[in-house]
Design a binder for this molecule. Structure first.
Ligand code: XMP
Length: 539
């Protein structure tokens, strides 16, 4: 037995994690790697995702403080199953294998994985072996974990202690404390596993000895230093959308280089109530950035006149946005060059880590999904990109924004599509319809915030069915007004979503307020469709 009586005994202090000393999360092709990387960061340790094809030499070059092998879709015996360089286990780096990663570890190190025919899916009771061990220290002997596997480890490799078992899996977790190699069959990264985060934290802090000191403060310090090194005395431009990513990216760049940065905000008239003021006043006050607002409300309305097809709206909005941004940019570049001969060479983008991972992790140019390209930029721009959020997840970006003192309305803002209210009017867009929708949307947002539900819902599109009218009665008179649709959804990543069960009293209040306060609306309806089959937006 290699398990130890004193769970703190194997703590080997290492250097702190950071972008130069990450925990590597090896991706075996399932969707778990990003979740694991986030959980590691929640333990205040920096993590990065790498492909399973990484070699031992490449791992060594990255100088990681630990490695976590993710779950995967396959059996280790399946044809084309993702492979892993076994020499990585000899580098002396602490490793935790999860699910498929656990089985990869078992086979690579001389254990056995078998098709037992006894698969386990979903919540499963597990029994922790008696005697202290580092990985499961401080946890009850009987607990519930989340399983998803067909094959099972039937024999642990030599020198490994078996730490846990289930009815159908004799080896559900193992450890070799001397080599600092660990594995669990279950998924500690999912919330259904009762003590999942404890498993990860025991591995990181106790077994691998990585201190919990990755936080917003050192992310800011690190990024500020990087931006200064990249930009030097060069001039930088940034387009603000009013959303959290561009706001935080610009604030970081401003902290690093001050007035070498100029920000551009396009008011296309499809914004929500108060958004322009938040950027022009609150954001500028909090950061001190130099901001140029371009007011093109008339131009957008004219370009969109009579258009009701959603994709045509998107195309027009995208085209007009790029045209506007390019013009503003050209003027600023000229002005900058006239000032001291040095034009603007750098462009800030709020690219986040999930975009980097999903686009294959390549560096250099940002990958902007065509679906989400409004507010993005044309491909032929000759700028060097400054992307201070490239290593960060959304919740980390919000934490940094808060630490930088940005207004909470911006930092906590829910996702809002680039084409704005333009794709929340079913029918053609007019100034009056936009005003009406802005008013209804402001009521919904205020009521959701007052009910303390901002953290519960992912986003709540408010949609005006401009092409639909229904009969109503208000006061003494008959009305023939438009319906407003409420679309509150809960989601992890907008890929799938469920409709949020809002309290009836709250729905009643919202409905009363909208029908009483918003002229032209005589009905409020609730969308109770999940995604799929419905999308989050109506257009
Ligand atoms: P759907 O409607 O496809 O939306 O379920 C998924 C997420 O994407 C947002 N969305 C957009 N964002 N430009 C954007 O920048 C768009 O054209 C666009 N369409 C949808 C939507 O708000 C949700 O968060």
């Amino acid at each position: 037995m290699t398990s130890v009586a004193d769970p703190t005994a194997v703590v080997t202090p290492t250097e702190a994690s950071g972008t130069d000393r990450p925990v590597l999360v090896v991706d075996f092709g399932a969707q778990y790697a990003q979740l694991i990387a986030r959980r590691v960061r929640e333990a205040s340790v920096y993590s990065e995702i790498v492909a399973h094809s990484i070699t031992a030499a490449e791992v060594a070059a990255k100088n990681p403080v630990g490695i976590v092998l993710s779950g995967g879709p396959s059996s280790v015996y399946a044809e084309g199953a993702p492979t892993f360089d076994p020499a990585i286990f000899d580098l002396g780096i602490p490793v935790l294998g999860i699910c498929y990663g656990f089985q990869v570890m078992a086979t690579a190190l001389g254990g056995e994985v078998a098709h037992t025919g006894l698969s386990e899916y979903g919540s499963t009771p597990v029994t922790v072996a008696t005697g202290e061990n580092v990985l499961l220290a401080g946890q009850p002997n009987e607990q519930t974990v989340w399983m998803s596997h067909g094959d099972s480890v039937s024999r642990a490799p030599e020198g490994f202690a078996v730490l846990a078992s289930t009815d159908s899996t004799p080896v559900a977790a193992f450890a070799n404390d001397d080599r600092r190699l660990y594995g669990v069959q279950w998924h500690p990264e999912v919330k259904h596993t009762e003590f999942g985060q404890d498993v990860l934290e025991n591995f990181l802090h106790r077994a691998a000895g990585i201190p919990a000191d990755w936080n917003s403060g050192n992310v800011i310090a690190e990024q500020v230093a990087k931006i200064r090194a990249q930009v030097g005395t060069g001039k930088v431009i940034c387009g603000l959308s009013g959303g959290v990513d561009s706001a935080v990216a610009a604030a970081l760049v401003h902290k690093a280089i001050g007035d070498q940065l100029v920000c551009v905000f396009v008011d296309h008239g499809l914004l929500r109530q108060d958004e322009r003021r938040q950027v022009e006043e609150d954001y500028v006050k909090a950061t001190g950035v130099r901001l140029v607002t371009v007011d093109v409300r008339e131009q957008f309305l004219a370009a969109l006149e009579g258009v009701s097809d959603p994709e045509t709206k998107r195309k027009i909005i995208g085209r007009e946005f790029i045209r506007t941004f390019e013009q503003a940019q050209a003027e600023l570049i000229k002005e900058a060059a006239e000032l001291d001969g040095d034009p603007i060479r750098f462009l800030v983008q709020g690219t986040l880590y999930p975009d980097v991972v999903e686009s294959g992790g390549g560096s250099g140019t940002a990958n902007i999904k065509s679906h989400h390209n409004v507010g993005g930029l044309p491909e032929d721009l000759k700028f060097e990109l400054v992307e201070p959020l490239r290593t960060l997840f959304k919740d980390e970006v919000r934490a940094i924004g808060a630490e930088l003192g940005l207004p909470p309305e911006i930092v906590q803002r829910q996702p809002f599509p680039g084409p704005g209210l333009g794709i929340r009017i079913v029918g053609s867009i007019t100034f009056e319809r936009l005003e009406l929708l802005r008013h209804a949307d402001a009521i919904v947002r205020a009521e959701l915030t007052a009910a303390g539900l901002d953290g519960v819902i992912w986003q709540c599109p408010v949609v005006l069915l401009a092409d639909v009218r229904s009969v109503g009665v208000q006061g003494d008179g008959r009305t023939y007004g438009h319906p407003i649709v409420l679309r509150p959804v809960s989601s992890e990543d907008a890929m799938t979503a469920d409709w949020t069960r809002l309290p009836y009293d709250l729905l009643a209040r919202i409905s009363n307020r909208i029908t009483n306060e918003v002229d032209g609306v005589n009905r409020v309806v609730l969308d109770v469709t999940s995604k799929p089959p419905g999308t989050i937006e109506w257009e």
